[in-house]
Design a binder for this molecule. Structure first.
Ligand code: ZN
Length: 241
C-alpha cells in the first residue's frame, strides 16, 4: 500500500493537478491534511477535486476560518482577506463539507492532523526540534503526518535517541522509532523551493519520501491577480516563501 499525502493546497489548482498527476501511478490512495482552500484563486475546484479523489481529509485552520468555526481575529490581515474572499466563492454545500471534516484521524498506524496532534484546534506550528519532540505523547500511532508550516521535515524518537531533520527528503521508518513528518505544502511552499511538495508513504517499504513537482506557476499567479486577491499572494509563489 502506498499513500500520497497532501497538505496546504490553498486553492492552487495548477499545483494540485500537477501533484495528483505525479502521484497517480505511484500511490494507491490520496490523503489530505487540510488547508485545501485560502490564498489561491480556485477554492471551489480544489475542494471538489479533493472531495472526489481523497480517501481521507482532515480540516485545517483555513477550513475552520472559512466555515465560521475559527474567529477571523486569529488570522493576519492578508490571510483574513483571503478567508473572506474564499467564503464568498463557496456555496452552502461546500461550506457544509468543510465543516464536516474531522480535526484528526488515525489510519494504518498513522495519525493525520493539520497542525499538531496536541490540541489540534489550537493550530500550533511545529518548527523547532523541541516543538516536534514535545508532541510524541499526544498520539498513539507510529507515525504522525502534519502540514501547516508549509515546510517539509521530520522528527523521530526511539531507543537510539531523538532526531530532527528539517527539509528531510527520504525517511526510512526504522523498527522501534516513532515519527512526526511534515509533508510540506502543495500550493504555497515556504522552504525556498517553489515546486509543489507532497509525501509518498510506502507501507511495505517502510519509507516516506518528500516529492517536489514543478507546476504552471504563471497561471496560478495570473488567476490570483485577476481575482483581485492581494498581489503578495502571487508574488510569493516563485520565491517559495
Ligand atoms: Zn496552510
Amino acid at each position: 500500500m502506498r499513500y500520497a499525502i497532501l497538505s496546504d493546497i490553498h486553492g492552487n489548482l495548477e499545483a494540485l493537478d500537477a501533484v495528483l498527476a505525479d502521484a497517480a501511478s505511484r500511490a494507491d490512495a490520496v490523503l489530505v491534511l487540510g488547508d485545501v482552500v485560502g490564498y489561491g484563486a480556485d477554492p471551489q475546484a480544489c475542494l471538489e477535486r479533493v472531495a472526489e479523489r481523497a480517501h481521507a481529509v482532515v480540516a485545517g485552520n483555513h477550513e475552520h476560518g472559512v466555515a465560521g468555526l475559527l474567529d477571523l481575529d486569529w488570522f493576519n490581515d492578508r490571510a483574513r482577506l483571503a478567508v473572506e474572499w474564499t467564503r464568498r466563492k463557496l456555496d452552502p454545500d461546500h461550506l457544509a463539507w468543510l465543516r464536516a471534516r474531522p480535526l484528526i484521524l488515525e489510519l494504518d498506524d498513522a495519525t493525520l492532523v493539520h497542525a499538531s496532534p496536541d490540541q489540534p484546534a489550537e493550530w500550533e506550528y511545529l518548527v523547532s526540534a523541541e516543538d516536534g519532540y514535545d508532541v510524541f505523547g499526544a498520539f498513539a500511532t507510529r507515525v504522525c503526518f502534519v502540514g501547516h508550516s508549509h515546510r517539509p521535515g521530520a522528527w523521530s524518537v526511539g531507543s537510539s535517541g531523538r532526531a530532527h531533520e528539517p527539509g528531510a527528503r527520504e525517511i526510512e521508518l526504522e523498527a522501534g522509532r516513532r515519527y512526526v513528518i511534515n509533508v510540506g505544502s502543495v500550493g504555497q511552499p515556504r522552504d525556498r523551493d517553489p515546486r509543489a511538495s507532497y509525501a509518498l508513504w510506502d507501507l511495505d517499504g517502510r519509507r516516506v519520501t518528500i516529492e517536489r513537482v514543478p507546476y504552471d506557476l504563471l497561471t496560478a499567479q495570473r488567476k490570483i491577480l485577476s481575482a483581485g486577491l492581494p498581489r503578495f499572494l502571487a508574488d510569493r509563489l516563485p520565491i517559495g516563501a
